[in-house]
Design a binder for this molecule. Structure first.
Ligand SMILES: [Zn+2]
Length: 152
């Protein structure tokens, strides 16, 4: 029993640590920077400190880990132990995410969610394709955008 708790606790901490400056986030930052976009990181004065904000486009970009944010994709699976705990936890995160996006929208921010599976794992897309998609969205008018793995 103690082992299980320790394992879960470790996973929880890892998720928190990984929450900022993840590999997908760094890839995205480098790519966008190369394309001439300028942004700020983790603004603490905005709901959920968006990973990137681009004031020129009044846009916020989140890079969401599929496990932590409960993405409906193969990279998310409820752990075998303490399923009730995890199901409730992830659902809470999902609800919070929805609330954060609408709060930002009310504040006049456009929001883009890049899922981890778009840049990692079997369904990942070429980085240039990801950057193209985000560039198009940034330069367009749509209030919300999202990108996940390639459909199978
Ligand atoms: Zn995913």
């Amino acid at each position: 029993m103690v082992d299980v708790l320790t394992k879960d606790q470790r996973r929880l901490n890892m998720s928190r640590i990984r929450n900022a400056n993840t590999a997908p986030e760094l890839l995205l930052r480098r790519g966008l920077h190369k394309r001439g976009f300028r942004f700020r990181l983790h603004r603490k004065d905005l709901p959920r400190c968006p990973d990137l904000t681009l004031p020129k486009y009044k846009s916020a970009i989140f890079v969401n880990g599929c496990f932590w944010h409960g993405h409906n994709c193969p990279m998310f699976r409820v752990p075998a132990t303490r399923q009730e705990f995890w199901t409730a936890k992830i659902q809470k995160n999902r609800d919070r995410d929805a609330f954060v996006l609408s709060s930002l929208g009310e504040m006049g921010w456009r929001t883009f969610v890049l899922w981890e599976c778009a840049v990692k794992g079997r369904g990942r897309r070429p980085l240039d394709a990801v950057l193209d998609k985000i560039t198009t969205w940034l330069e367009g008018k749509r209030a919300r955008g999202t990108l996940a793995r390639r459909p199978r």
